[in-house]
Design a binder for this molecule. Structure first.
Ligand code: C2E
Ligand code: MG
Ligand code: MG
Ligand code: MG
Length: 279
């Protein structure tokens, strides 16, 4: 312990270098018990079709209600779950829970909603990934058409040919596939040539500053044209303002997801929003 003088007070502290790893260690050791004691939950964010103005789908986003840290965002614990392999059981739980939610909403009179689930590259390295996904969906009694998988380009880093085969199998089963976060990291147009996807999700970094940045607008516009020529639908993430929406609409983007419409919500509040929205 070192004493540090701070604004006229003297207090004891553990050097901050030790504080972060400490939380990480606690998150890591807490993952398994968290799954056992229902600390994970899914929030849902609407995707809105710009032509009809309707909510047509929801993205399931994982939340961890930690007994000490409160809500831990996925960016903090998913990398840990990936590093330890825990993402495998956790990812299966996410898919199963999303399927169950689809059924619950159906019973509550919310029809025709598809739910998307984010997949980690670690899940794609599993040999039996297609079988696992298919089993969960059929055990839960959901049609594959109601489930969409969101994938990032990272799944191609390891073994691109293997990944491509898997994607073709998943597509053949009837699942919808999205390429998520397009425009970040190693995004490359070459993926668009070969990857059997239905939706291209443009990352929120595209939208950031788009109102004042003409070049961004032109890149956005061009990407939408490329996607449409390849028979892909374009979803824009991170739309927060009416001005951004205007530009996106002006360039024929198909749908949006963002705080402008709604942040991710617990299932009941999502249902409420859906009813209000479609009334
Ligand atoms: P993502 O799949 O790209 O999800 C979109 C993220 O953008 C979500 O953050 C969402 O809350 C946020 N977002 C939505 N609209 C807006 C907006 O208008 N403005 C801004 N600034 N942000 C917006 P979240 O929920 O924190 O998730 C972060 C990432 O964690 C996700 O990015 C995804 O990569 C990962 N993730 C979440 N759930 C899962 C999961 O179940 N499995 C895996 N493997 N990854 C997940
Ligand atoms: Mg996503
Ligand atoms: Mg994204
Ligand atoms: Mg992301």
């Amino acid at each position: 312990f070192t004493a540090k003088k701070q604004r006229n007070t003297c207090r004891l502290y553990t050097p901050s270098m030790n504080e972060l790893p400490q939380k990480e260690v606690m998150l890591e050791s807490g993952l398994y018990p968290a799954l056992e004691s229902n600390q994970f939950m899914l929030y849902y964010q609407p995707k809105v079709d710009l032509e009809s103005g309707r909510i047509y789908a929801a993205e399931a986003l994982l939340r961890w209600k930690h007994p000490e840290f409160g809500m831990v965002p996925p960016m903090e614990f998913i990398p840990i779950a990936e590093k330890t392999g825990f993402i495998i059981p956790l990812g299966e739980w996410v898919l199963r829970e999303a399927c169950r939610q689809v059924k619950r909403w159906e019973k509550q009179g919310l029809p025709q909603l598809s739910v998307s689930v984010n997949m980690s590259m670690i899940q794609f390295q599993q040999k039996n990934i297609v079988h696992t996904i298919q089993s969960i969906i059929s055990e839960e009694g959901v049609r594959p058409q109601q489930i969409e998988l969101e994938l990032t380009e990272s799944i191609f880093m390891d073994n691109p040919d293997h990944t491509l085969r898997i994607l073709h199998e998943l597509k053949r089963l009837g699942l919808a596939l999205s390429l998520d976060d397009f425009g970040t990291g190693y995004s490359s147009l070459s993926y668009l040539q070969s990857v059997p996807i239905h939706y291209l999700k443009l990352d929120k970094s595209f939208i950031h500053d788009i109102v004042s940045d003409y070049r961004k607008q032109m890149i956005f516009k061009s990407l939408v044209v490329i996607a449409h020529n390849l028979d892909l639908k374009v979803v824009t993430e991170g739309v927060e303002t009416a001005e951004e929406l205007d530009i996106i609409k002006g360039h024929q983007c198909d749908s949006v997801q963002g705080y402008l419409y709604s942040p991710p919500l617990p299932p009941d509040r999502f249902a409420e929003l859906y009813r209000k929205h479609s009334a």
